[in-house]
Unconditional design. Structure first.
Length: 166
């Protein structure tokens, strides 16, 4: 799984990005419209960008933009699925359950791995869940935690004549 950009070390991923600051409306009191706290990160190899402006400091917005970039990479980039679940995936399984919050730093990497396995198995949720060592219900719950992922999978399943996931 280490080959997916969403699974990269955040510092290494940030090194592959163009970093731009700007002013945006939002919190900041007297700093609003005076200080460039909004952050836009653009991943040079893919051209995918993400931004954050809702926090008061540039550092907080940079962390949030990097998380959003990792999510977009997870959603938009497919890499060949590994033959076995990654060590990260294995560390997040507890008795067949996937234990991770959608706000946790591990979430984009886990989502990318799940989407890669699903893509490699023609969006067959049962086969993907078996390959990942979890239940199909748990896999769908992970996808549902990021609505764009569920929408993406359902569009592909519908085009293949499969029923959508809920």
């Amino acid at each position: 799984m280490s080959g997916h950009p969403a699974a990269m070390d955040p510092d290494r991923l940030a090194a592959e990005c163009d970093f731009k600051t700007t002013r945006r409306s939002g919190p900041g009191g007297q700093n609003r419209n005076k200080v460039e706290t909004a952050v836009i990160l653009t991943h040079r190899p893919t051209g995918i960008a993400a931004e954050a402006a809702e926090r008061r400091t540039q550092g907080e917005n940079r962390r949030q933009a990097l998380f959003r970039l990792r999510l977009r990479l997870a959603l938009e980039i497919r890499t060949p699925a590994e033959p076995a679940p990654s060590p990260l995936w294995a560390s997040r399984l507890r008795g067949g359950r996937i234990v991770v919050s959608p706000e946790h730093d591990d979430f984009p990497a886990l989502l990318a791995e799940a989407l890669d396995v699903l893509a490699s198995l023609d969006d067959d949720v049962k086969a993907a869940a078996t390959a990942l060592g979890c239940s199909a219900t748990q896999l769908v719950k992970l996808l549902a935690a990021e609505p764009r992922a569920l929408t993406q999978i359902n569009a592909r399943r519908t085009s293949r004549g499969l029923h959508p996931l809920r």
